[in-house]
Design a protein around this ligand. Structure first.
Ligand code: ADP
Ligand code: MG
Length: 233
């Protein structure tokens, strides 16, 4: 019965989201259509710019679709024993390149004796990538994005901290809702996806924020500690 209720809820959520996504995908599609129409009668210089816009909008539509799919699919995750530290180390070059492009920097601090936990590698990467990108997008040049892991009692946590604009109480209330965004080019699917991934790993997300100062997202997982299964970096 519990499964059945879960299924019904998911189906109705998917229905609501299908309506929203149709709307969201139409925006980039309309832009692309407009520019494709214009392109033939323009100078090579304009054409170059229009191709860039078209590529950007295609990327955006793609992102919306893939985020939406991961959120809607909700299929059984393949979980394997792994380390959040490894996930972060794998993502680091990508994040660093992104930060540097924005004139920002990044500091990573990994807990030395972080226990392993059951995780889905791809989803966990997606979770951290989304939080890190949000952090970067909230900051101007010279901002520092900090990522660190911690281990306390039977919990493992990963912290993603930025020196950005911070989050007002009003935004705080809505930001985990699908399609809530304050960005002109946002999808509003990042945080709902993060939450869904955290929950599917038995975890939770806490947020500490000060407007004008910055924000820290803390994702915490409960681990079933087993002797001799520590991660040795
Ligand atoms: P998107 O990034 O596409 O806007 P998200 O679901 O990732 O969608 O985030 C929703 C909203 O939450 C953002 O538009 C922004 O207003 C707010 N937000 C998320 N992370 C941060 C952050 N680190 N600092 C400030 N605001 C944030
Ligand atoms: Mg985002």
């Amino acid at each position: 019965l519990r499964d059945e209720i879960g299924r019904m809820e998911r189906l109705s959520l998917v229905g609501q989201m299908a309506a929203s996504i149709t709307h969201e995908i139409r925006n980039p599609m309309a832009v692309i259509r407009g520019f494709v129409q214009l392109i033939q009668e323009r100078s090579p210089k304009d054409q170059f710019e229009y191709f860039r816009i078209i590529m950007d909008e295609l990327d955006r539509a793609n992102l919306i679709i893939s985020d939406f799919l991961s959120l809607a699919q909700n299929r059984e995750l393949v979980m394997e024993k792994g380390s959040i530290n490894t996930i972060i180390t794998d993502l680091e070059p990508l994040l660093l390149a992104d930060a540097n492009l924005r004139g920002q920097s990044m500091e990573v601090n990994l807990c030395k004796d972080l226990p392993l936990m059951k995780l889905n590698d791809r989803e966990m990467k997606q979770l951290l990538l989304n939080l890190a990108r949000n952090g970067m997008e909230a900051m101007g040049e010279k901002g520092i994005l900090r990522i660190w892991t911690a281990h306390q009692n039977n919990e493992v946590s990963v912290h993603v901290s930025d020196e950005g604009v911070g989050i007002s109480p009003d935004k705080m209330k809505n930001m985990f809702e699908p399609f809530f965004t304050t960005k002109t080019r946002g999808t509003g699917l990042g945080l709902p996806l993060c939450l869904s991934i955290a929950e599917r790993h038995g975890g939770r997300i806490d947020v500490q924020s000060e407007e004008g100062k910055g924000t820290t997202f803390i994702v915490t997982f409960i681990i079933m500690e087993e002797r001799g299964e520590h991660n040795n970096p």
